[in-house]
Unconditional design. Structure first.
Length: 47
């Protein structure tokens, strides 16, 4: 997924706000989500 460089995004997992992430100069972010036997819905929204 390509995002806008050096912008702030909020990370939402299963409809719960997890936190904020800043993209780097190349428009990339890194995060992890722990998965059990169930799937998780992940949403990234520009602030």
């Amino acid at each position: 997924m390509e995002l806008e460089p050096e912008k702030e995004y909020k990370l939402v997992v299963n409809d719960m706000l997890v936190g904020k992430i800043n993209s780097n100069i190349g428009g990339k972010i890194n995060f992890s989500v722990e998965l059990n036997n169930n799937s998780s819905k992940v949403k990234i929204e520009k602030i």
